[in-house]
Design a protein around this ligand. Structure first.
Ligand code: COA
Length: 260
């Protein structure tokens, strides 16, 4: 895919990316770095983050890894402080940390439901809250990685659907409340993206081809599709976009009801 962005589009920006080591958010972190931003990669496991940070640095970008569980507000605050100490500020936050597994609703335990809500929804809140002072000072922005699962009813995804519906609400509310500070708050709702852990674990092989055929554009998404959307939303090209959830799914959710 051609790079449609001008070189250095995000020069002098600093991004704090949760879930930043692997999968979709790993790609987003890499793309922000390629566009010129310095990037802090944040998640529970340093062993996932360090190779990703090293790859960005070897490619001429600037990245560092910091361990924090987004469920723990104190750890998040420490990671924010470490990023400011490393790069001087934070003006882009990408909330990509997420947990997921397939389970029928009647087998979902209270702790299973709560764990996903804690990571996806409360984790997003914890990070936005901890980054607020930096975002306000630098007229920064937030990008929340959501989903399309909750637009319809998605079997075995009650917990994630509930959490992501909350993420969408949080996105719109913060856009309204923090717009006055020049902070833009948007999101991306990816459809099925190939070559991700989520796709391998959440889309059973027998339904894969059926799912692909039902995507109006006839293919699964690529991590690059989410990267370009993220760079766009984080750039000045999107300077009047606030409170939007950009669906990047090839039209999949609109035609999903026809699958059954
Ligand atoms: N089916 C049903 N319940 C599950 C489950 C599954 N596949 N996986 C986890 N749970 C439940 C656990 O049983 C537990 O509930 P319980 O105490 O009532 O038994 C609860 O969720 C917490 O699980 P635990 O493994 O202790 O939590 P954790 O904090 O270590 O990890 C996840 C939670 C969601 C991150 C974990 O499932 C995971 O590592 N997933 C893979 C990574 C991932 O989801 N990436 C996102 C890709 S889209």
């Amino acid at each position: 895919m051609t790079n449609i962005f001008v070189d250095g589009l995000l020069n002098d920006h600093v991004a704090f990316v949760t879930g930043g080591g692997t999968g979709i958010t790993g790609g987003v972190a890499r793309a922000l770095a390629e566009a010129g931003a310095s990037v802090a990669l944040v998640s529970r496991k340093l062993e996932h983050l360090e190779p990703a940070a090293a790859a960005i640095n070897e490619n001429g970008g600037k990245a560092f890894a910091v361990a924090a569980d987004v469920r723990n507000p104190e750890e998040v605050e420490r990671a924010i402080a470490a990023t400011v100490a490393q790069f001087g500020k934070i003006d882009i936050v990408v909330n990509g940390a997420a947990g997921n597994f397939l389970v029928p609703a009647e087998q979902l335990s209270p702790n299973g439901f709560g764990t996903v809500v804690d990571i996806d929804l409360k984790g997003t809140f914890n990070v936005c809250r901890a980054a607020f002072a930096q975002l306000k000072e630098h007229r920064g922005q937030i990008l929340n990685i959501s989903a399309t699962l909750h637009y319809l009813g998605t079997p075995m995804q009650l917990h994630v659907s509930a959490a992501k519906a909350g993420v969408d609400a949080l996105t719109r509310n913060l856009a309204v409340e923090w717009g006055r500070y020049g902070i833009r708050v948007n999101g991306i709702a990816p459809g099925p993206i190939e070559d991700t852990e989520g796709m391998k674990r959440l889309v059973p092989e027998p339904i894969k081809e059926k799912l692909r055929k039902n995507i109006p554009l006839g293919r699964f998404g690529r991590i690059k599709d989410i990267e370009t959307a993220a760079v766009f939303l984080c750039s000045d090209a999107a300077s009047f976009i606030n409170g939007a959830m950009l669906v990047v799914d090839g039209g999949q959710w609109l035609s999903a009801a026809r699958m059954v």
